[in-house]
Design a protein around this ligand. Sequence first.
Ligand SMILES: [Zn+2]
Length: 282
Amino acid sequence: MTNAPDDADERRAVVPVICYPNDTLPVPDLSLYAQALAGADVVDVSVAAPRDACTFRVPAGSFFRILSVDGPQVGDLNLWNAHDLSERFYSGKTRALHGTHVTTGERLWSSFPTLRPMATIVEDSLGWYGIDSYGGSVHDVIGTRCDPYTGNLLSGVQYHHCCHSNLTRALADATGMTLAEAEPHVHDVLNVFMCTGFTRDTGQYFMKASPVRPGDHLTFFAEIDLLGALSACPGGDCSAEHTSDAAACYPLRVEVLQPAQGALDGWSPPPVNGYDRSHGRG
Ligand SMILES: [Zn+2]
């Protein structure tokens, strides 16, 4: 423990400022998206079986909806540019821009150098949850994904149905890559339906039983052509543990919805980021 200076209380009392004020971000036309969604039809359905993952493809200008079915279940979502897997969801920057949890109107941003919205959340049936008295909320971009390496580090186990492995197998199956080729493309996730936060006293990552019930859903507009992968986490509703077969697990359903012809007139996919990439060298 270090000695506190005389002005410690004063220093702690400094008022925080938001790192990235987001009022200059490009604003999605949510009413256009809502209209297009109202007339959209389901054209494809995938199901992530319990403790396993599925993949799905969503053309730019279509929607995808993740649905709770059968029982409370958390999902781990990865997104890639369907034509270039090096452009992928950037959970850390999404967190810096929007906060620890995301909901309607917020966007999932891609990695450098493109840094553009990949998907925009257009419906969140758990939007009512807000932030609870523990500081918990739903759909986080603070966790990474459950994985067998951390499980081995902490418990010495060989467990093969963590979200990391589920996503790796699903991506390999979708692309024809080997597991070794697919694994480096798996990245930090959006924890769909998961209820998480940081403890106020120790700052530790916590989870608690998800408030999700069958019928709850989270719906996204695809801003670019997407390849997605969704794992039905072995933690189930994440009320107790993950990285084991102990929790009750349920499937998650993914629907792809195509809007009617002309429903998105005036919309165009977002351009890649405008930084010139010279990094200070002429
Ligand atoms: Zn998981």
